[in-house]
Write a protein that binds this ligand. Structure first.
Ligand SMILES: N[C@@H](CCC[C@H](N)C(=O)O)C(=O)O
Length: 293
């Protein structure tokens, strides 16, 4: 086994992703390697998508998702599009079935380069999200939040897209809220025993939501695909929006459709930036020479 593994630095609407090729290897990307890569300005990232050999028949690869603080995530929409683009460029294949810790993901690269991922079925039960105590109606829960003064930031819709999300509906421009100040407080609120991704969402039309997200384990990001899916399903569930919406995040628009079969399909772009190789144990890395200008 080589000491180093290839990687591609990519982004999905500005969500910074490292796609690590761990196929044919027995080791994993360590939390220490993730933290070291994130500490370097050139490789700073929101998630690592580690592509492993398949574990289950009928899937192409097992994908492990690692946040920039070294913790594991169950789902990552923007990162999945990056994996699809990387593998489509390598193999010419257009349709993919992956396995993640949260289940099976089906994805497809379209002729125009956009990528759709079936993000699975949302869950709304308090144990599924999970919440620390019983809430019968998760379309809106009341939180005891001491240090946050804005009343709208006390009563989110909550959902699981494989990972936990809280969506705070606001009437004003999402940029007028200090997400960087209250995001970490809400991420770690005791009602979320596994922490949560925290988003503020403004509905601007029946088919349009503007969204900003403080990601669990990664902080402020320019895009969060699973948060866009969570906002779409919570918007439809609370009758704020239709079942197909454009969710505009700081990095650009994602189209989210909550289909009649209950699956949520996310469509958007992915972009390659540069390639290199890295040591999955330590995070020491170097850029591929053909990429160097
Ligand atoms: N950027 C992602 C979500 C990544 C996982 C999240 N931080 C978590 O820990 O749940 C996306 O595009 O969905």
């Amino acid at each position: 086994m080589n000491r180093t593994a290839p990687f591609a630095r990519m982004n999905g609407l500005g969500n910074e992703i490292i796609v690590a090729d761990m196929r044919g290897r027995a080791d994993r990307v360590t939390p220490a390697a993730a933290i070291a890569l994130n500490a370097d300005a050139a490789t700073k990232f929101d998630q690592i998508m580690a592509i492993h050999d398949p574990r289950t028949a009928g899937t192409i690869n097992y994908i492990e998702i690692i946040n920039s603080d070294g913790t594991q995530a169950q789902a990552c929409g923007n990162g999945t599009r990056c994996v699809v683009q990387a593998l489509a460029a390598e193999t010419g294949q257009k349709v993919f079935t992956f396995e993640t810790v949260a289940g099976i993901l089906n994805a497809e690269e379209h002729a125009d380069g956009l990528i759709s991922v079936d993000m699975g079925v949302p869950r709304f039960g308090w144990r599924d999200i999970p919440l620390a105590e019983e809430f019968r109606d998760t379309r809106m829960i009341e939180l005891q939040v001491g240090p946050i003064d804005a009343p709208v930031l006390h009563s989110p819709s909550v959902a699981s897209m494989g990972n936990p999300h809280a969506i705070f509906w606001v009437d004003r421009d999402v940029w007028s809220y200090e997400l960087e100040r209250f995001g970490p407080l809400l991420e770690n609120h005791p009602v979320f025993p596994e922490r949560a991704n925290i988003s503020i969402a403004q509905v601007t039309a029946r088919d349009a939501i503007t969204l900003r997200t403080w990601e669990r384990g990664a902080g402020l990001t320019r895009a969060c695909g699973t948060a866009a899916c969570a906002a779409a399903v919570c918007g439809a569930r609370t009758r704020r929006t239709d079942r197909k919406v454009t969710v505009t995040v700081p990095g650009g628009p994602l189209v989210i459709e909550w289909r009649d079969d209950d699956h949520v399909v996310m469509t958007g772009p992915a972009e390659w930036e540069f390639s290199g190789s890295f040591d999955p144990a330590t995070g020491a890395w170097q850029r591929d020479t053909q990429d160097v200008a």
